[in-house]
Ligand binder design. Structure first.
Ligand code: GLN
Length: 439
């Protein structure tokens, strides 16, 4: 029997210490359905809609928004017997790498509370690292928001192939990049949750027309597997991190895999291209938040333009405003060809790099992040561009829509380091298989 009260008490205690949640219910909704997730608590990133439970995407502009429906992935979790633990903290709309752009409190890294637990799915990684009851987190990545927090907290973060999981009920950041995925304590946990939430959904036209699979049935031996090590992914990476990641690759070799260096030549263009595409899409997505239909409402004063401007000035945080301005600029007539359309061309080149590499390799292995979890005072000193640069290793696979998983590979100065395993489209089982033996 699941002791809902005990679990909620533990979650409340964790909230006091590390603030991983935006919303924790008064009482947990017990779930009598029998299924693969029976008795398992599922925390839900706050940009995924939950019927009857406030959903803010970490933004003040959506405060008080109670969705009349649940996202498809949430529905599936409930049908499989899981129960919803709470809504986890995140950077506003997913705009960030450290979960410091949050309207409702900043989650802290349970391993060292002076440090970030990564972003934007920071609350998800935080509760995953702490939970001592059966739990897996529903998270989301646009450019690295599952891998980064997993790496900083020593948890496992799985980002599936774009379209593998329905986005119905996800509050969009950048539609061509957004992917719902999972953060868990073990490779098996994330494989199990993916088995439940994947599959075609007629409500999401970008969802792949494929049946769901049992992703826990990945192979056990990696004998004969070919691992590519992209050399560009070690440039500018902390030396101690490089060492830990190479040890992990050598371990895979000792288990029967072979490795070889490979070049992904367009890697250095991935970051600017990602940010142009992401902010362009974000700026159109955010246009709907005007104080008419969702969230924040104010007294109607002045004309509509004045009303919209005032609601948006009060409701959006600094980083959201920065991205609206950047994205609107990049899409403007006269600049479109120079920025947005060029970025789309670069995206194709990045995809081609990966496609070439996967002709010769089963998986690619690299560090997940160039640094270990930074301290909050270090983050404060970073300029916006320096913050964006932290995503240098995660944006390319996200642009390509390929599946990736971050697994703990070891520690540097007592802080976890993530090994990033990337696979070709729809090859989730391969990366799960390698991740499983490496952890
Ligand atoms: N840090 C990246 C950004 O700010 C990725 C965030 C995400 O995946 N949601 O866009």
């Amino acid at each position: 029997m699941t002791d809902y009260k005990k679990i909620l008490d533990k979650a409340r205690l964790t909230q006091k210490k590390f603030s991983p949640f935006i919303t924790l219910p008064e009482k947990l909704q017990s779930n009598s359905k029998k299924g693969k997730l029976s008795g398992i608590a599922i925390s839900v990133k706050d940009n995924i809609c939950t019927k009857g439970m406030e959903t803010t995407a970490g933004s003040k502009i959506l405060s008080g928004y109670i969705p009349p429906f649940s996202a498809t992935c949430v529905e599936k979790v409930i049908v499989a017997g899981g129960f919803i633990l709470g809504k986890t903290a995140m950077d506003e709309f997913g705009f960030g790498t450290f979960s410091v752009n949050c309207a409702y409190g900043i989650p802290k890294n349970p391993l060292d509370t002076s440090r970030s637990c990564g972003g934007s799915s920071g609350g998800a990684s935080c509760i995953t690292a702490v939970a001592d009851f059966p739990h897996v987190a529903l998270a989301e990545s646009t450019g690295g928001s599952i891998s980064c927090p997993a790496s900083f907290t020593g948890t496992v973060g799985l980002t599936p192939t774009y379209g593998r999981v329905s986005r119905w009920g996800l509050i969009d950041y950048a539609n061509s990049l957004d992917k719902i995925g999972c953060i868990g304590k073990t490779v098996h946990d994330v494989a199990l949750l993916l088995s439940i939430i994947s599959g075609h959904d007629s409500f999401d036209s970008t969802s792949l027309n494929l049946p769901s699979e049992d992703f826990t049935k990945y192979g056990k031996s990696i004998k004969g597997m070919k691992i590519g090590v992209p050399k560009e992914y070690f440039e500018g990476v902390d030396e101690k991190i490089t060492k830990v990641v190479w040890q992990a690759i050598k371990k895979l070799e000792s288990l029967g895999a072979s490795y070889q260096e490979v070049s992904l030549p367009h890697t250095k263009y991935a970051l600017p291209s990602y940010y142009i595409i992401a902010v362009s899409e974000a700026s159109t997505n955010l246009a709907r938040y005007s104080g008419m239909r969702y969230g924040l409402h104010q007294e109607l004063k002045g004309n509509f333009d004045e009303y919209f401007s005032s609601v948006r000035s009060n409701g959006f945080g600094e980083e959201a405003k920065r991205r609206i301005i950047l994205g609107t600029f990049a899409r403007m007539a006269g600049y479109r060809d120079a920025y947005y359309l060029k970025a789309l061309k670069v995206r194709t080149k990045v995809i081609e790099d990966f496609k070439m590499a996967f002709k010769n390799f089963d998986v690619l292995a690299a560090p997940t992040m160039p640094v270990v979890a930074p301290r909050f005072d270090e983050i404060k000193r970073l300029s916006p561009i320096e913050t964006y640069m932290m995503d240098v290793l995660t944006v390319a696979p996200n642009l390509a829509g390929i599946p990736m998983i971050s697994v703990p590979a070891g520690k540097v100065n007592g802080l976890p380091v993530g090994l990033h395993l990337m696979g070709d489209h729809l090859q989730e089982k391969k990366i799960l298989q390698v991740a499983d033996v490496s952890s």
